[in-house]
Design a protein around this ligand. Structure first.
Ligand code: 2PG
Ligand code: MG
Length: 420
């Protein structure tokens, strides 16, 4: 496969939180045109690659991305246009070399990831295959992932006083993607009713989940179990289970976790999680401890690793170098996978390969700031990783991914779910 880039162009658009981001369009010499929208996070790991923002307070409070747009349209276009690539790795390596920094801070990881995603899509289409087929490593079986619907939002994603950032429902026992989506939507609807009976006001968070005025995680978990059962599903791993992302780096200060009105040590946190897992059908815990608390993570994995999927997000940043350390140190059993944390599709696939070979889970994820781009749906299918989170079963930028999964399901006969 030889591909020549004929044109590359970026513009500044808005993401789902009304902040600027990039849309990138890449054209190949065979006429294939592909576009990518760049996601952006709020609860970011300190070792994520650098998202370049203009810092001009007169535009979007400094959050403009015209510099990153300029880098795509000048430096990157100059380096790629007219050049022949035989695979995506080569193109991604050209981007990494051109940037020349370890954290993609010169050109901006937001500029680079937009080009990488657009290129992956263009290469796939130019080969006449679906994006998920193009992304599938030779050794894996493409699978429709269990959608993890984030139905209650807190932390930095919402204005309520709930410290835990995400409470997700996961139809592990659904027979298909279509039935999983139906379960998510029906439970979301029941939850809306329950919350409107209990509270005079319930806002929405950035990922489309409800943001009720609750500060105790136990109370949210009780409401979720009720909503799952009211909708006619079993609240357990054979039906609909629960996943949580406390995003605990956000409330970790001076070696303590300042959460739900208390100040807890990492050991206290692990004990609390053990109690929650006893009392509720929680099957996955992401960022249960902070990114700098490696000793805490080791303890967490030793005590809960055989009962829970323990996913590292802020602590791993989809970074193959950090993931290699984490595997060696045995501090978790799964990694969150966000393409813009590391900045290219090829490095993301490498991070996923390392996890797969170590027997670790890979949980593909959106960001709190999203566009209508559906790349992650194809990534989750092609990698066969079995699960994906893309927010609530509501709001266009979230449902775009779930609807793309329905499209894939309708067109190809693939299995659904986690094999583990
Ligand atoms: C997370 C993500 C996505 P953000 O913490 O997992 O849900 O949030 O994009 O704000 O980092
Ligand atoms: Mg997270």
């Amino acid at each position: 496969m030889e591909k020549t880039v004929r044109a590359l162009r970026a513009i500044e658009i808005l993401d789902s939180r009304s902040r600027p981001t990039l849309a990138v369009t890449l054209t190949l010499s065979d006429g294939t045109v592909a576009r990518a929208g760049v996601p952006s996070g709020a609860s970011t790991g300190t070792r994520e690659t650098v998202e370049l923002r203009d810092g001009d307070e007169h535009r979007y409070g400094g959050a403009g991305v015209l510099k990153a747009v300029g880098h795509v349209n000048t430096d990157i276009a100059d380096a790629l246009v007219g050049r022949v690539f035989t695979n995506l790795d080569e193109l991604d390596q050209a981007l990494i070399d051109l940037d020349g920094t370890v954290n993609k801070s010169r050109l901006g990881a937001n500029a680079i990831v937009g080009v990488s995603i657009a290129a992956a899509r263009a290469f796939a289409w130019s080969e006449g295959v679906q994006l998920w087929e193009f992304l599938r490593p030779a050794t894996t079986t493409a699978t429709l992932p269990v959608p993890h619907f984030n139905v209650v939002n807190g932390g930095v994603h919402a204005l309520n006083s709930l410290d835990f950032q995400e409470f997700m429902i996961a139809p592990l026992g659904a027979p298909s993607m279509a039935e999983a989506l139906r379960a998510g939507s029906e439970i979301y609807g029941k939850l809306r009713g329950i919350l409107s009976d209990e509270f005079s006001q319930t806002g929405l968070g950035d990922e489309g989940g409800f943001a009720p005025p609750i500060d105790q995680p136990e109370r949210v978990l009780r409401l979720l179990v009720r909503a799952i059962e009211d909708a006619g599903y079993r609240a357990d791993r054979s039906g609909v289970a629960i996943a949580m992302d406390p995003a605990s780096s956000e409330f970790y200060r001076d070696g303590r976790y300042h959460v739900a009105g208390e100040s807890l040590s990492s050991v206290d946190m692990v004990t609390w999680y053990e109690e929650l897992v006893e009392a509720f059908p929680v099957w996955l815990l992401e960022d249960g401890l902070a990114e700098s608390d490696w000793d805490g993570w080791r303890e967490l994995n030793a005590r809960l690793g055989d009962r829970l999927e323990l996913v590292g997000d802020d602590i791993l940043c989809t970074n193959p170098v950090i993931i290699a350390d984490a595997i060696k140190e045995n501090i978790a059993n799964a990694a969150l996978i966000k393409v813009n944390q590391i900045g290219t599709v090829s490095e993301t696939l490498e991070a996923m390969r390392m996890c797969r070979e170590a027997g670790w889970g890979q949980f593909v994820s959106h960001r709190s700031g999203e566009t209508e781009d559906t790349f992650i749906a194809d990534l989750a299918v092609g990698s066969g990783c079995g699960h994906l989170k893309s927010g609530a079963p509501a709001r266009g930028e979230r449902t775009a991914k779930y609807n793309r999964l329905l499209e894939i399901e309708a067109a190809a006969s693939l299995g659904y779910g986690l094999s583990r």
